[in-house]
Structures are given as structure tokens and as C-alpha cells.
Design a protein around this ligand. Structure first.
Ligand SMILES: [Zn+2]
Length: 305
């Protein structure tokens, strides 16, 4: 029976308005809706008076203007970036220029190593954080203190930011309520993603605020469902290989019945991420280096006898 993911898609907001959503927490949603962004990028403002901005968003002047106008009379002291996709980090430059606040992030996109052309167009190659943040680092200001949680998988530089005193985790694109996350090689990595889901299960955060969509109020239930979903997908890929589907196109056609055609490419990259993981675990082999066009076969099932 397919894994039942408890999706959360009810979100009430007005574009262009910085709105209170919890004590000491406000959000403004950018008008960049789409198949990967849901209603748009949710930029969070933490604190009052002296505030931190999380994920300033895409390069969309009306979004930056609305954010800065709403914060007139307050001081932005920190700009936190969960990761360097173009719907998250590009507006950091304009917010920094207007406020002088430093930017905080794990590092440049893909560690600064550009992937093959056409694959990494979603990466913001211009962003380099003023302050490099490591797993477990504390970041404090105003009346708040964040703890950084490195959660590679969606990207290698993905961070979640926890507010331990409030039980909140800003989960970026690592765990979202409206959708599964895109894990697209080469920077996306399935083994890392699964480890980063396990990492959240060992924590005691009580609510997640992802960058897209509404809050997740039962976060562990959600994380467990995503782990089960990926295991189910992996089992489906192995079944495809056992029954003659040896190319990613054929696997996507079998595994993603009814998927919006505009998402087929992303689905293919997700299958590729699983296949790379299976190859690294010695379960699958490919005829050439693993790409969307390679042929794949089972090497062995389970541990060697
Ligand atoms: Zn992303």
C-alpha cells in the first residue's frame, strides 16, 4: 500500500504583506508561485525591533521593497539563508545593501563547483555568505537565538535554523508540508537526504516552518512519512530493474503515473539520485557513469551470501 504522506497545503496570506503568524514571527510571501515553489517563497522575519530575515527570496524587487517597507523603524541585524537555490538567496544582496546586515549561510552553491550546463540552472552562483555557518553553530541577536542544523540532501549546503527556546525549526526545502523535496544530482544527494531526515528525528522541535507552504505541526510524523516514501520509491526502482526497465525514462513512466509532465525532468533526477545511492551501496550497476541516459541493472539483492 502506498505511503500516505500527511500533506499540509492550507495557507492563508496576501502577497506583498508582512503578516504575523506566531508570537515574534512574521512572514511575507513572494509572488513567485510555481511547480517547485507552491504559492511562492515565504520570507520569515524573527523578532521585533532587532530582527533576523530568513530566506530573503528570489530577485524580485517588489518583494524586497515590500519587505523593507514593512520593516521601516526596525533593524535587520542578520540575513539567514537556508540554501542557494534561486528562489531563496538572490534577494539577500538587495536586503544587505539596504540594511548593512551580514549574510549567514553554509557556503556557496555546490561548494562553488559548477555542475554540467543545464542541470544547475536553479543554483544561485552569486551568493557567498559573509559568515560561514557550521552544524550546531549558535546565532543570536535581539531576543532570539538560533541553532544551525546542517541538513544536506536537497542541496549540499542546506541548513535548517532552529529556535530551541520556541521549539521551532525553519526547515527550508528539506522538509515541506505541501510536497516532497526535489533531490537532484549532482548537488542533491539521496544518501545525505535520508541521513538528514534521520537527524531531524533525533531532535525535539515541535513545529516546522518550511520556506514554501504552511507550518507542519506534527513534524516527526511528517519526517517518518517522507522516509517511508523514499524507501517505497527505492523498492519501486529495484522492481523496475528486475522487470526489464533499465532506463530512467521508463522507470519514471511506471513509477510516476499521472505526474504533471512539467515535473518529469525533476522526477527523472530524483530516480537518478536513488540509482546513484544504490550504486554506491553495491546493489545496482550502470553501463556508463550514472546519468539520465545510462542503462542500469541489478548487481545483487541484499547483503552478499
Ligand atoms: Zn531549494
Amino acid at each position: 500500500m502506498p505511503v500516505d504522506i500527511p500533506y499540509r497545503r492550507d495557507i492563508v496570506f496576501d502577497y506583498g504583506r508582512l503578516e504575523p503568524i506566531a508570537p515574534g514571527l512574521r512572514r511575507i510571501v513572494a509572488r513567485n508561485p510555481g511547480p517547485f515553489t507552491y504559492k511562492g517563497t515565504g520570507t520569515y522575519v524573527v523578532g521585533e525591533g532587532e530582527v533576523a530575515v530568513i530566506d530573503p527570496g528570489p530577485d524580485l524587487p517588489e518583494h524586497v521593497d515590500a519587505l523593507l517597507t514593512s520593516l521601516a523603524g526596525e533593524t535587520v541585524t542578520h540575513i539567514l539563508v537556508t540554501h542557494t537555490h534561486r528562489d531563496h538567496s538572490p534577494a539577500a544582496a538587495a536586503v544587505k545593501a539596504a540594511t548593512g546586515a551580514p549574510t549567514f549561510g553554509f557556503g556557496p552553491h555546490a561548494g562553488g563547483r559548477r555542475g554540467e550546463a543545464g542541470v544547475e540552472e536553479g543554483g544561485d552562483w552569486d551568493f557567498a555568505p559573509d559568515v560561514m555557518v557550521h552544524d550546531g553553530d549558535s546565532i543570536s541577536g535581539g531576543k532570539w537565538r538560533f541553532e544551525a542544523v546542517h541538513t544536506p540532501g536537497h542541496t549540499s549546503n542546506h541548513l535548517c535554523f532552529a529556535l530551541p527556546d520556541a521549539g521551532i525549526l525553519f526547515s527550508g526545502d528539506h522538509v515541506m508540508g505541501w510536497s516532497t523535496s526535489v533531490i537532484a544530482p549532482p548537488d542533491g544527494n539521496m544518501a545525505d537526504y535520508m541521513a538528514s531526515l534521520d537527524k531531524l528525528l533525533s531532535r525535539s522541535d515541535t513545529v516546522y516552518w518550511p520556506t514554501h507552504g504552511p507550518a507542519i505541526e506534527e513534524p516527526k510524523r511528517h519526517v517518518r512519512a517522507f522516509i517511508a516514501h523514499r524507501r517505497e520509491r527505492e523498492a519501486g526502482i529495484i522492481e523496475c530493474l528486475k522487470t526489464g526497465a533499465e532506463r530512467i525514462d521508463a522507470m519514471v513512466a511506471r513509477l510516476y503515473v499521472g505526474l504533471d509532465p512539467s515535473l518529469h525532468r525533476a522526477a527523472g533526477r530524483s530516480v537518478l539520485a536513488h540509482l546513484i545511492d544504490l550504486i554506491e551501496r553495491g546493489i545496482v550497476a550502470s553501463d556508463v557513469a550514472p546519468t539520465l541516459d545510462a542503462h542500469y541493472r541489478i548487481r545483487r539483492l541484499g547483503p552478499p551470501a
